[in-house]
Write a protein that binds this ligand. Structure first.
Ligand code: 5GP
Length: 114
């Protein structure tokens, strides 16, 4: 089922888009939890981590990590470090069922996460 992220991909609702390729899109989170908070998503609809098929999606996932590294450098957080998060399902705290990688940085992260 399509989510609000499909509407962002299709430009039906606005977002602060910071990176795009044929296969992925990255935009600023509407409710940032850190000075840098970007969502990196595939353009195809994969609802959640448990829907990932390693062989089928390997290249796509690689592209998402390349985008995270590229954006971390561009945003000036690569050197100090950052956090990448995939929330999966109810207990994982997932709200939008379109796979997304959170890129968080610009402050000291804590562990354990809430
Ligand atoms: P989840 O909890 O599913 O891992 O994360 C979903 C994220 O999407 C949240 O951090 C939330 O703030 C963000 N989000 C939800 N709706 C929108 C939207 O319409 N635009 C943007 N830019 N971010 C959104």
């Amino acid at each position: 089922m399509s989510t609000i992220f499909s509407k962002i991909i299709n430009r039906e609702i606005p977002a602060d888009i910071v990176y795009e390729t044929d296969n992925i899109l990255a935009f600023k989170d509407i409710n940032p939890q850190a000075p840098v908070h970007i969502l990196i998503i595939p353009k195809i609809e994969i609802p959640k981590v448990t829907d990932i098929k390693g062989k089928e999606h390997a290249e796509l996932l690689g592209e998402m990590f390349d985008a995270a590294n590229h954006l971390a450098k561009e945003m000036g957080i690569a050197e100090d470090g950052f956090r990448l998060v995939f929330n999966c399902g109810n207990n994982g705290g997932q709200e939008v069922y379109h796979l997304h990688m959170h890129l968080l940085g610009g402050r000291q992260m804590k562990w354990p996460p809430g």
